[in-house]
Design a protein around this ligand. Structure first.
Ligand code: BES
Ligand code: ZN
Length: 849
């Protein structure tokens, strides 16, 4: 067990920096066994009269080689260095500091700071990775103008990149060369980036709304050059969309995207030089599924949108992370909704939030959208910061209306351009433009937990009025036992017996609100009275999921009896109707046919019975499959005829989505025709979406021979494509048939698996623990033991990934006492390890509390 605890950082301890850095001049000398980083900082004290405070620079895992103050080299006694910092005493209010550090990128397996991915040097600095490159004020409220020179061997690293514009380059003796980049926009160190490698470049350009020409470049390893078109198109669409929807134009003359294979996250918004996990850039119909295409589109857009919501206006401190991430997720989800089907996108986002963020909110790591404390900031890139944060911004949009929201965002960008600000500043801009008081609304930022909204409706025939009784509450979360009422926007309508929306008259208001309105539920208990309602209506509540809450609308006893007796037949009738109606959006139909995920059903339960949930869900799927087999076959046929050859259009994607959903159902029936069709689809598909859907159906089927043949053929054919092999791992790791753990253990030794590559870890270990619940939750605890062993291994190599892999174990409270005990045993075993990283320590210790 580690002896000392990591420090807890608190929002209430925030203080302005003592010093500022006006200019940062960096020179990197890159070699195979080390790198030298020369840094020249032009600094000054931040305000303040009187004695100059000591200057404390952040730094980790650095070897300090030299240090000079205003050209005077410092001797060893003139400064102090410890594992996290370098302290010196300035003698003048402004000064120049020159530092040389030595680092070893080739040994950096944590993938934070400067590291090597394959034959390429690259960086990842958010949140606190810059301090692993050089000593610096590594905090987002210190913004500086950067100039960066990169020097490396020309043969191995012909491409040398950093933020901003290329201003000079040249040759050195011995086959080395250099390039100097200058970024005119002041930025925090977390937005710094550097890349050196042998990369192929795809060029394009974009003319901004004011007529400026921007060069667009995507850099990839040469073998991937055919897989960039979709990312480039997505980028141009995102640039146009941000101009049209937010009036925001790109600011530099060049925008670069680099794809790397080893990356902890999806992508990073470094100024002018976004660095991407190759899984979020590369997409070709032969190798990527429709889902992967959509992911690329949204990640490219997300990182691009950060140029305004994150870079031009950044965060004052990391407690404000949702200021940029929540807002930017809202922006990218609206973009995706505009590019694809809005309804389907919303259903996907809401399903994801309810299955995963709700679980986080109910677990030991629950925290507010603006957390109050953390040990390791990397642990706070959470679903709460991202997805709930985006829902909070969406609620503002709902309450203020599209126009009010846009005016607010205009003021926010103008008022704070070039600044590092807080969530309060964002809200304040919304308040000032709209003349509203959002004090109570801000509880969404400070209170954790998922609010529960219970609603009952009562019709009073005597007065022709309908009473909507709303009661809200929020369960306790770590450190927060009592909660105050939230502002809950409740989008609603009243339906008559024919499903027609009724005009809404709120008591006391003579004018109709139209047929749909947004009520603001602001009190613990509140009643809304609708008048002029001529018969008992059916309320349609929380439309579009207008707030991230759990809605309970108690059915009457009669309703329940009716539902219990008739739900099957009624559901089948609905499904038959939906399947027969060829005028409906196929993607929407596919969504309707999708049953709630096991993860969501577990989240709903107080105490989840994993096996029962799996069995019942599978049983329902089989029942649907056999009862609807004829409809399914007809749809499968109809969509095949309409299909023709591959197209990447939204319509074609929607058709594939429905057809493959239907194939999944049909494969649950015992039909040799379907098996043949499935094998044929696997062999003949002209795109990865169809091929993969067939492979999944085969893998989850009992047809051993066909399954093994398909898996082998697939692995042979795609062995040179790491992203396709990730899919191959993930499909097998998610297979719920018995023996899942053994299959995963065997795959760990497959030559394509590599525990140092985060994509591989997610594809095999992550998929098993998160998407193969019956196997992971085996009653003998072997699934838990396996995961804990991998976490202990990863703790040494890559603490961020190790910590992320912990999530399934942190949810132990949801399960029976036997499983709880087994899960806690594994958490305790991890806790007992020597040299536990801060990342893993924080999550494990909080989970065991
Ligand atoms: N700024 C983040 C990337 C990041 C996260 C860097 C955590 C360091 C630590 C980036 O903008 C981001 O949010 N990326 C997401 C994808 C996005 C579409 C939500 C990611 O990487 O998962
Ligand atoms: Zn982001």
């Amino acid at each position: 067990m580690r002896t000392e605890q990591p420090q807890t950082i608190r929002l209430t301890d925030y203080r302005q920096p003592d010093y500022l850095i006006d200019e940062t001049h960096l020179t990197f000398e890159l070699f195979e066994d080390h790198a030298l980083v020369h840094s020249r900082l032009l600094m000054r004290v931040n305000g303040g009269q009187g004695a100059l405070p000591p200057l404390v620079l952040h730094g980790q895992e650095l070897t300090l080689q030299s240090l000079a103050f205003d050209e005077q080299p410092l001797a060893v006694g003139d400064y102090q260095v410890d594992a996290h910092s370098l302290t010196v005493q300035p003698l003048t209010k402004s000064f120049e500091l020159v530092i040389t550090t030595r680092i070893e990128p080739q040994n950096n397996t944590a993938l934070e700071g400067l590291y090597k991915s394959g034959g390429m040097f690259c960086t990842q600095c958010e949140a606190e990775g810059f301090r692993k490159i050089t000593y610096y004020l590594d905090r987002p409220d210190v913004m500086s103008r950067f100039t960066t020179t990169v020097m490396a061997d020309r043969g191995a690293y012909p491409v040398l990149l950093s933020n901003g514009n290329l201003i000079a380059s040249g040759e050195h003796e011995g086959g080395r060369h250099w390039a100097t980049w200058e970024d005119p926009f002041p930025k925090p160190a977390y937005l710094f980036a550097l890349v050196a490698g042998d990369l192929y470049r795809i060029d394009d350009s974009f003319t901004t709304m004011s007529g400026r020409e921007v060069e667009l470049r995507i850099y990839v390893e040469p073998e991937n050059r055919e897989q960039c078109a979709h990312a480039m198109d997505s980028l141009k669409r995102a640039m146009r969309w941000d101009e049209q929807m937010y009036g925001r134009e790109y600011d530099l003359d060049i925008f670069m995207v680099v794809a790397v294979n080893d990356f902890n996250m999806g992508a990073m918004e470094n100024k002018g030089l976004n660095i991407f996990n190759s899984s979020c850039v590369l997409a070709h119909p032969n190798t990527a599924t429709d889902m992967a295409f959509q992911r690329v589109e949204s990640v490219v857009a997300h990182e691009y949108f950060h140029n305004w919501s994150g870079n031009r206006v950044t965060c004052r401190d990391w407690f404000q992370l949702s200021l940029k991430e929540g807002f930017t997720v809202f922006r990218d989800s609206e973009f995706s909704a505009d590019m694809n089907s809005r309804t389907v996108k919303r259903i996907e986002d809401v399903s994801f939030l309810r299955a995963n963020q709700f679980a986080e909110d109910a677990g030991p790591m629950a925290h507010p959208v603006r957390p109050e404390s953390y040990m390791e900031i990397s642990n706070f890139y959470t679903l709460t910061i991202y997805e709930k944060g985006a829902e909070v911004v969406r609620m503002l949009h709902t309450l203020l209306g599209a126009e009010g929201f846009r005016k607010g965002s205009d003021l926010y960008f103008e008022r704070h351009d070039g600044q590092a600000v807080t969530c309060d500043d964002f809200i304040c801009a919304m308040e000032d433009t709209n003349g509203v008081d959002l004090t109570q609304f801000k509880r969404w930022y400070s209170q954790a937990g998922t609010p529960q909204l219970e609603i009952e409706g009562h019709y009073d025939a005597a007065t022709s009025s309908f009473h909507l009784h709303c009661r809200q509450s929020c369960p306790p979360t770590p450190g927060q036992t009592q909660k105050l009422p939230f502002v809950i926007p409740l989008r609603m309508a009243l339906l008559d017996a024919n499903g027609q929306e009724l005009p809404l008259y709120l008591a006391g208001q003579t004018q109709s609100l139209g047929t749909e309105t947004v009520l603001a539920v602001t009190e613990a208990e509140q009643v809304f009275v609708f008048e002029q309602v001529s018969a008992a209506p059916l309320p349609s509540l929380l439309r579009g999921f207008s707030a991230p809450v759990k809605l309970a609308y108690p059915y009457s006893r009669d309703d329940r009896v009716f539902l219990a007796q008739h739900v099957d037949q009624r559901l089948l009738k609905v499904y038959r109707g939906v399947l027969a109606d060829s005028s409906l959006d196929p993607a929407m139909v596919a969504e309707i046919l999708r049953l709630p995920s096991e993860a969501y059903l577990i989240e709903l339960a107080q105490q989840a019975d994993v096996e029962a949930i799996h069995k019942v869900r599978e049983w329902v799927r089989r029942e649907l499959a056999s009862a609807l087999a004829d409809s399914f076959r007809a749809v499968f046929q109809r969509l095949e005829e309409a299909g023709g050859s591959y197209s990447a259009s939204a319509e074609a994607m929607a058709r594939r989505s429905l057809r493959n959903t239907v194939l999944g159902y049909l494969m649950l029936t015992d039909s040799s025709d379907t098996l043949l069709a499935c094998v044929r689809q696997f062999v003949e598909a002209d795109n990865m979406t169809d091929r993969q859907a067939a492979l999944i159906a085969l893998v989850q089927s009992p047809h051993e021979q066909e399954k093994q043949a398909a898996l082998e053929e697939f692995a042979q054919r795609w062995s040179a494509y790491p992203l396709v092999m990730d899919q191959w791992f993930s499909i097998q790791a998610s297979n719920p048939l018995p023996g899942g753990l053994e299959r995963v253990q065997a795959l760990m030794t497959h030559p394509a698996f590599n525990i140092r590559n985060p994509n591989k870890v997610r594809a095999l270990i992550g998929a098993f623990a998160n998407h193969n619940l019956v196997n992971f939750h085996r009653t003998d605890g072997a699934g838990y033991r396996f995961l804990a062993d991998r976490i202990i291994e990863l703790n040494q190599l890559n603490p961020q990934i190790a910590s992320r892999m912990l999530t399934p174990l942190t949810h132990w409270r949801r399960f029976d006492t036997q499983r709880q005990a087994l899960m806690k045993t594994e958490l305790a075993r991890i806790m007992a390890c020597e040299a536990l990283s801060d990342d893993v320590y924080e999550v494990v210790s909080k989970s065991l509390n």
